[in-house]
Design a protein around this ligand. Structure first.
Ligand code: GLY
Length: 423
């Protein structure tokens, strides 16, 4: 099979790594890829959101399956455009990707089908939103409805903070059209975790749970990032809680989408919060997580390509997915300054030495290769992943590998998995 992966981050490197282990694979392409992916795939210089060029490429090369990493091309309709040409694709249609692309769509769907009890109200008028926030009181969460590059959600501890964020979204239009409407939600407290599933719109096959560290600083402090590290399994999610999350949230959401004539096919990613009253959904994403994929896929014993193809062809009910009991930990190495401004172009050394640590894979995120040397090219640069018999072994291996890597001003958190260490 000829496979095209769309994207250029650590998630796509992990997808390329796992797909390249499949006996079904004959040729792997990635658009645009990075310095790590290019060791496994032929990288094609097409941006991930250039829908028409990607479709032309897939058609010319007779790609048997396109696997879309990031949400943006899905929300733009890449999966629809490929399907319209008869090209198999792993990822939801633009209409189904609204589960990530529109917070209001999702809150209303989940309420309509009795899946979530979270209190919320949607607004297209800033004065009405501010009046509601004043009446509701703090704490509360304000979300720009649309895609806002991860910056459209604010947990507000005071009403004035909420008012300020509503104005930034709806009056100043800081996030463009994404902030034309906002949703105000009740603020829920508890540990967060990610529960994802493969689904073809009917069958739902869950992946192992993971827990991400979103903040830049140790102790989960400081600014939000795309994710600074992650681990799986998650001690706070035992088998019974895991099954109940899948049965109470993911399965009914897939049924609800089907019932509404918007079948959902691809990865359904539930961003969950474990409150004292039980699990609740914070948000859905329409893709694999990053860096969650870097710990979920190393625990997959089955042939990923077979599962992705069965999903794309609507016959997921025919396949079995096996997971190992081993633990996986990823530590993200970032450029100093991230998630604020940072410099690029720093030469990275020690990658091969790091990869020699038992159980370790170094997934590239923001990297580029020049004359055989690897340089930094993004905020999140590498995801140093390790598997081990248990969490502590995996974590020790990941940190041992991090010690062997060097570039100027590199930064990583030393406390990834602190909750699991305590647990
Ligand atoms: N790590 C969070 C995400 O992929 O959205």
């Amino acid at each position: 099979m000829k496979v095209l992966i769309v994207g250029s981050g650590g998630r796509e490197h992990a997808l390329a790594w796992k797909i390249s282990q499949s006996p079904l694979l004959t040729k792997l392409y990635c658009a645009p890829g990075n310095a790590g992916i290019q060791r496994l795939a032929e990288c094609v210089g097409l941006p991930a959101d250039d829908v028409s060029s990607l479709v032309s490429f897939a058609e010319e090369q007779r790609i048997d399956l396109t696997v879309v990493g990031p949400e943006h091309p899905l929300i733009l309709g890449l999966a629809d455009a490929l399907r319209a040409r008869g090209l198999p694709v792993y990822g939801p249609s633009a209409a189904a990707a609204q589960l990530e692309g529109s917070k209001i769509f999702t809150d209303e769907l989940l309420a309509r089908h009795g899946i979530s009890r979270k209190r919320f109200a949607a607004f297209s008028d800033p004065d009405a939103a501010i009046a509601f926030a004043r009446e509701f009181g703090a704490p509360l969460v304000v979300k720009a409805d649309g895609e806002a590059l991860g910056k459209g959600v604010k947990v507000c501890s005071s009403v004035s903070e909420a008012e300020g964020f509503i104005r930034r979204c709806m009056v100043d239009r800081e996030f463009g059209a994404a902030g034309e409407r906002v949703v105000i939600e009740e603020c829920l407290a508890g540990q967060e975790c990610s529960i994802k599933a493969f689904t073809d719109g009917t069958t739902v096959l869950p992946m192992v749970p993971s827990q991400d560290h979103k903040r830049i600083g140790e102790g989960d402090t400081g600014d939000n990032t795309g994710g600074m590290g992650c681990y799986s399994p998650v001690p706070a999610v035992d088998d019974s809680l895991f099954s109940s999350i899948v049965e109470r949230f993911l399965v009914p959401t897939v049924s609800a989408m089907k019932a509404e004539g918007i079948p959902y096919s691809g990865t359904l990613y539930g961003g969950m919060i474990l409150t004292e009253a039980g699990p609740e959904i914070l948000e859905y994403n329409c893709r694999f997580g990053d860096p969650e994929t870097q710990v979920v896929l190393p625990r997959l014993d089955s042939d990923l390509l077979e599962v992705l193809l069965a999903t794309a062809e609507g016959r997921l009910g025919e396949v079995q997915v096996q997971w190992s009991n081993r633990a996986a930990v990823v530590v993200v190495i970032a450029s100093g300054g991230y998630p604020g401004p940072y410099e690029k172009g720093k030469r990275i050394t020690g990658l091969e030495e790091a990869a020699r640590v038992e159980g370790v894979e170094v997934f590239h995120a923001g990297t580029t290769e020049v004359n055989g040397e690897v340089y930094t090219a993004g905020g999140r640069v590498l995801g140093v992943t390790a598997v081990g018999a248990g969490f502590r072994e995996a974590r020790e291996r990941a940190y041992e590998a991090c010690l062997r890597i060097h570039f100027d001003d590199m930064y990583y958190r030393r406390d990834i998995g602190w909750r699991a260490l305590e647990g």
